[in-house]
Design a protein around this ligand. Structure first.
Ligand code: HEM
Length: 251
């Protein structure tokens, strides 16, 4: 074999070796790229999973990592958004009474100071047999302030300030002049009205700000509805709690 032919064959062999190794390198590069793509996808999925767990934990106030909370915040409920956009509902006391848990498929509504709240999320308390079932289907503002859950299931607040007023005692009260007594009574009444207002406001704020409940509307009543009812009496428990004024010489 001629020398030049030998050199040519060697060159050819080297060339095909080169091509082979190039192919191998390209394949390794492709394998590397595919591997790193899979790793990137895995990283993104892991990040999304951890972020979701973290977000669920924060939103549920530590209740669940997996969005499994019993009481979802209102903004996560389609009904809440529906109520927001459909505007408030207006119910008469009769209509409100249907939302007391006895009619299947109806939410649980209660009213405080004329504002209606959906308390369906408090089923164990407000549902039939619940410890506070008596509050649903009505406006029992008076009971919210007085704590008399049998006698005071009404929105009629007339005379409730009395629960915070002292009982008159002629012997003790004679320590003040008539003018002083009048001034004192005025102050006592102002203080009592303030306590009633704050007591009722406490519950209106409670239901308004609760993440479990939502405001849905207002109660509509005929003009002068209270005057048609007999004047409510102070419940016995609160009557018994009233004290006499502290005698002037012991103040
Ligand atoms: C003016 C007096 C009171 C009013 C108006 C009142 C009202 C309420 C209301 C509306 C709820 C439900 C809160 C919610 O929806 O999350 C509640 C829950 C509760 N109240 Fe009262 N309450 C009064 C007095 C008391 C007293 C004196 C006690 C204790 C002896 C008490 C014990 C409870 C308990 C244990 C719960 C939780 C019930 C449950 O998880 O099933 N309450 N209260």
């Amino acid at each position: 074999m001629a020398d030049s032919e030998l050199r040519q064959r060697k060159a050819k062999a080297d060339d095909s070796k080169d091509k082979e190794s190039k192919k191998l390198r390209t394949r390794t590069q492709e394998d590397d790229d595919a591997g790193s793509f899979r790793l990137d996808v895995l990283r993104v999925l892991t990040f999304l999973f951890l972020a979701s767990c973290g977000l669920s934990y924060v939103i549920s106030s530590g209740e669940s990592f997996f969005w499994g909370m019993k009481n979802k915040p209102n903004y996560m409920k389609p009904d809440w958004w529906k109520a927001k956009f459909s505007g408030p509902i207006y119910l008469t006391p009769d209509e409100l009474s249907k939302y007391n848990g006895y009619e299947k498929g109806k939410p649980l509504y209660l009213a405080v100071n004329g504002t209606i709240f959906d308390v369906s999320n408090g089923l164990n308390m407000y549902g039939v047999g619940g410890s506070y079932h008596f509050f649903v289907g009505r406006d029992a503002s008076r009971a919210f302030v007085s704590g008399c859950f049998k006698e005071d299931l009404t929105a009629d607040m007339r005379g409730i300030e009395e629960m915070y007023l002292p009982i008159d005692d002629p012997e003790i009260d004679s320590m003040w002049t008539a003018a002083e007594m009048e001034e004192m009574r005025k102050k006592e009444m102002e203080e009592a009205e303030k306590r009633v207002y704050e007591g009722l406001k406490h519950w209106v704020d409670f239901f308004t700000n609760s993440p479990k409940y939502q405001k849905v509307g207002y109660l509509v009543r005929e003009e002068g509805w209270q005057e048609k009812l007999p004047m409510p009496e102070l419940c016995k428990a609160n009557q018994d709690k009233r004290k006499r004024r502290i005698p002037r010489d012991q103040q």
